[in-house]
Design a protein around this ligand. Structure first.
Ligand code: C2E
Ligand code: MG
Ligand code: MG
Ligand code: MG
Length: 279
């Protein structure tokens, strides 16, 4: 009986795996087409300052709804693009959409706002990210300080080439943020070496932190370091007023999460900025 169940479970797993592989193949096949037809989107989630009201900027987040497989998680999409040899094309698209948003903010009289985009370790390794970014900023005549690059901690540690590209960007004035801080291989040495502008604390430490004194201690420790190291701290995954209040009490610099807003399409983010200007 146990044996049969075991075999059935294996079948279930196998079916899941097959479905997953099928999904990947379909998506890989359709991605080039989707890129060409501009069916992918970049959405934007507001980042809010310490006061819990003032807009600080946006994070750009990739979105693609596959006609048959539905919404594809961005990390899967990045991986599939690499398999399909489309990494650079996809990154160009994301940089383009991010640049368009920055251009809109500047034209709206909000050069104080910043737009952050994510770059994965793999992308950093394969693509001349600094060249693509520099080219975009130059052609659109945008100030580098309106752009932020978010990288996870592994990127920082593993890849020599990546950190060269990051240093080149930082020297131009592009802001560098460490994403998902606390879940990767934390390296305080890296924070010191790199000119990191911001550290984004992973939401696993943030959501519900009012009840979790250890998580509060972690946030407090990072905030304490930020003073001497000269970076700012952004808390991700703020989902409740309690989260907000506790982060404010800890003097967290900025916050992001469903409590304030979910990611939204670019036109909606633009309307939001325009509405702020009319107040
Ligand atoms: P991330 O960079 O840490 O982005 C934050 C993720 O948390 C986003 O998920 C966002 O929708 C979600 N989020 C924001 N606030 C909350 C909250 O209060 N509660 C919860 N539960 N979630 C929240 P998303 O868009 O699915 O992206 C997942 C990850 O995929 C990102 O994590 C990032 O690592 C990666 N990613 C997204 N877009 C891109 C992209 O354009 N390029 C690359 N390389 N990676 C991307
Ligand atoms: Mg991010
Ligand atoms: Mg994150
Ligand atoms: Mg993440």
């Amino acid at each position: 009986e146990a044996k049969r169940r075991g075999r059935n479970q294996f079948h279930v797993f196998n079916d899941d795996l097959n479905a997953h592989l099928q999904m990947k193949r379909d998506v890989e096949r359709d991605l080039a087409d989707a890129l060409a037809r501009r069916q992918l989107e970049v959405w934007f989630q507001p980042i809010i300052q310490h006061d819990g009201r003032t807009l600080d900027g946006f994070e750009a987040l990739l979105r693609w709804r596959h006609p048959r497989h539905g919404a594809i998680a961005p990390p899967d999409l990045i991986e599939i693009a690499a398999l399909a040899g489309l990494s650079e094309e996809l990154l160009r698209f994301i940089i383009g959409e991010t640049g368009a948003m920055i251009a809109f903010l500047q034209a709206s009289g909000r050069p104080d706002l910043r737009v952050s985009m994510n770059i994965s370790p793999r992308e950093m390794e394969r693509i001349s990210v600094d060249e693509l970014v520099t080219e975009m900023l130059k052609s659109r005549q945008l100030p580098a300080r309106m752009l932020e690059i978010e990288i996870t901690e592994e990127t920082a540690l593993d890849l020599q080439a990546a950190s060269q590209s990051l240093v080149a960007l930082a020297m131009q004035g592009v802001s560098i943020a460490i994403d998902d801080f606390g879940v990767g291989y934390s390296s305080l040495g890296f924070l010191r070496q790199m000119r990191v502008s911001r550290v984004k604390i992973d939401r696993s430490f943030v959501t519900g932190l009012t009840e979790q004194t250890e998580n509060q201690a972690l946030v407090a420790a990072v905030l304490q370091l930020s003073g001497s190291f000269g970076f700012q701290v952004v808390a991700e995954g703020v989902e409740s007023e309690d989260d907000l209040r506790t982060l404010q009490a800890l003097q967290c610099h900025a916050m992001q999460g469903f409590y304030f807003s979910r990611p939204m399409p670019a036109d909606q983010a633009r309307r939001m900025v325009s509405a702020l200007a009319q107040v």
